[in-house]
Design a binder for this molecule. Structure first.
Ligand code: ADP
Ligand code: MG
Length: 580
């Protein structure tokens, strides 16, 4: 015989592997159980990124003494009875797999008491072996304590990511449920320190503020729609509040966090043409539909769902997002913050007002190959390093572009992209020499959501090396005492926020790379915006500074800073010359 039936041990470990992939999966299952037990308070304690300890306590309805030993048995559930029930699941759990799976790959203790019972009970499960039930005094509710996860599956342990990454996954899980259940009080403690705490007041905006910070929460646009039996509710960011990744697009189907590419697409389609390429909105959207119209039993971790009518759901989401966006008319930013000094306080203009540098000589030879518009995408790189022609300023259009005349026609310059490039190169140059730091008259305190604060804390030395002066100040709070002088009067809080956004994009890039990315991001913040009126002197200064850049043709993120309309092109367009 070569075919053998796997031993129970091995079989249950394999099954466990599907449900319990990492510490965050344990946290997810335990939170779901607490919520299914109608808890209004859920407390989560983590040690060693969840490898050492995960403990979830709730004040839910508890487990009876008779039921307690069953909890750790595979396919034992109080939530489903018949196969038909599977088609109208209204609880988060239903497979009866979580506790047995967790129990087979850890040392687990479940302690519980129903409010109506005088005494509670407790049971220990180790590597899948359940011990005796004992009576204990304990408050009503349930505590599940999971220690030494994967102690008996070393291969699993090896595949876990760094503690920081695993912790981040845990934060994300707690965040999701906190958002979906605003009337439940959640508290997440890591190594004894509270990192997330919601009030349970039932106000979803309050939870948004805990997770994303007050500023962001204030800006989020409410979505409320109902059509064809689908109710869509939640919050989306205005088009100018975006992220460079899809991580903050959160979807919930019947209060269950789900991952679904189609939903993400529907959301971004709702923003059609409002978002820049490569930018993604922040969204927290709750879909409520008939349990029979959605199949949640697709995947052991229940993170994926299948809709009966995908098209309807897709349409519903993109339409309601669109409608919410259109109803929200943004305040036009024409003129921008007036009186803001474009080049930053007292920045010495290194090129001097009338300094005579006339690189016309280098122009003549270069100008022929300098036509951005005629180049295919893959030659952008080359274009980036072409020098800027000497430009004669004509003026500003749409308070967004500068028009200039060059030796070979017309140049349209995107003032924001151009300024980004200028700041970026100055920053890099300064970094190699001494960094100029500008002390703030009044230091500024900035608070971040827990996960973001963690990221930032780690990079403080790097940022201080760039001219910031940042110190930690209590949990999740930082004090900014100085910022790089190049940034002028950019708001220190904004500068820090953009740094954190950059950090959030990537898990652990090389320091060298992250430094440039941070600089690029901060420069983007500090650069003049589209829609900002520039005085003729400021316009001229921008052109001159751009001329002296090493890669003047693109912004640090790769967008073109200028478009060239050659005399030749103009002549052809006006029919003065040959066929088009
Ligand atoms: P499922 O949630 O799919 O039913 P689990 O293995 O997660 O399976 O849990 C098994 C059973 O244990 C549940 O059906 C429920 O009756 C009970 N249980 C688990 N956690 C709790 C809790 N925190 N409070 C009350 N009962 C619980
Ligand atoms: Mg469960």
């Amino acid at each position: 015989m070569t075919i053998k039936i796997l031993s129970d041990d091995v079989a249950s470990q394999i099954a466990a592997g599907e449900v319990v992939e990492r510490p965050a999966s344990v946290v997810k299952e335990l939170i779901e159980n607490a919520l299914d037990a109608r808890a209004t308070e859920v407390d989560i304690h983590i040690r060693g990124a969840g490898k050492q300890l995960i403990e979830v306590s709730d004040n839910g309805k508890g487990i009876s003494r008779e039921d307690l030993p069953l909890t750790a048995v595979r396919h034992a559930t109080s939530k489903l009875e018949t196969a038909e029930d599977l088609f109208r699941v209204s609880t988060l759990g239903f497979r009866g797999e979580a506790l047995s799976s967790i129990g087979s790959v850890s040392q687990m203790r479940i302690t519980s008491r129903r409010a109506e019972d005088e005494m509670g009970c407790t049971i220990k499960v180790e590597g899948g072996e359940a011990g005796q039930v004992r009576s204990v005094g304990t408050p009503p509710g349930t505590v599940v304590r999971v220690e030494n996860l994967f102690y008996n599956v070393p291969a699993r342990l090896k595949f876990l990511k760094t503690d920081r990454t695993e912790s981040r996954h845990i934060d994300r899980v707690v965040t999701h449920y906190a958002l979906a259940y605003p009337d439940v009080r959640f508290r997440l403690q890591r190594e004894g320190q509270t990192v997330i705490q919601t009030s349970g007041s039932g106000d979803p905006r309050e939870v948004l503020a805990v997770i994303y910070g007050v500023e962001t929460a204030k800006q989020m646009i409410a979505v409320i729609a109902e059509e064809d039996g689908i109710r869509i509710e939640g919050f989306i960011s205005p088009p100018d509040l975006t992220r460079s990744n899809r991580q903050e697009m959160n979807f919930f189907v019947n209060q269950r966090p789900v991952k679904d590419i189609a939903l993400s697409k529907a959301l971004t389609q709702g923003y059609h043409t409002m978002l820049m390429k490569g930018r993604f909105p922040i969204a927290v959207l709750f879909l409520e539909l008939d349990p029979e119209a959605v199949d949640v039993n697709v995947h052991p971790t229940k993170a994926e769902v299948r809709f009966k009518d995908k098209g309807e759901v897709f349409k519903g989401v993109s339409r309601s997002v669109r409608r919410a966006l259109l109803a929200h008319t943004p305040v036009p930013e024409i003129g921008g913050p007036r009186g803001r000094q474009l080049w930053g306080g007292g920045r010495p203009n290194r090129r001097g007002g009338d300094q005579i540098i006339d690189p016309a000589w280098k122009m003549a030879a270069e100008v022929d190959k300098a036509d951005v518009t005629d180049l295919p995408d893959d030659s952008r790189q080359e274009v980036a390093s072409l020098p800027t022609p000497i430009l004669r300023l004509i003026g500003q259009v749409a308070t967004t572009y500068l028009i200039a005349e060059g030796p070979d026609g017309l140049y349209l310059i995107d003032q924001h992209a151009a300024h980004e490039r200028v700041l970026f190169e100055k920053f890099l140059k300064e970094r190699d020499r001494t960094v100029h730091s500008q002390a703030l008259l009044e230091s500024v305190q900035v608070e971040f959501p827990p996960a973001a604060a963690d990221l930032l804390e780690e990079k403080i030395p790097l940022l201080n090396g760039l001219g910031f002066k940042i110190e930690t100040f209590g949990p999740h709070t930082f004090v900014v005492r100085a910022i790089p002088s190049l940034l002028g009067d950019i708001s220190p809080a904004e500068a820090l926020r953009s740094v954190v956004q950059e950090l959030e994009v990537d898990e652990s890039p090389l320091d060298e790379k992250i430094e440039e990315k941070i600089i690029a991001r901060v420069c983007k913040r500090a650069a003049v915006k589209a829609g900002q009126v520039l005085s003729p002197a400021e316009q001229k200064a921008l052109l001159r500074d751009l001329e002296s850049c090493e890669s003047p043709r693109t912004c640090p993120h790769g967008r073109p800073t200028m478009i060239h309309l050659s005399v030749d092109l103009l002549e052809r367009k006006f029919g003065r010359k040959g066929p088009q």
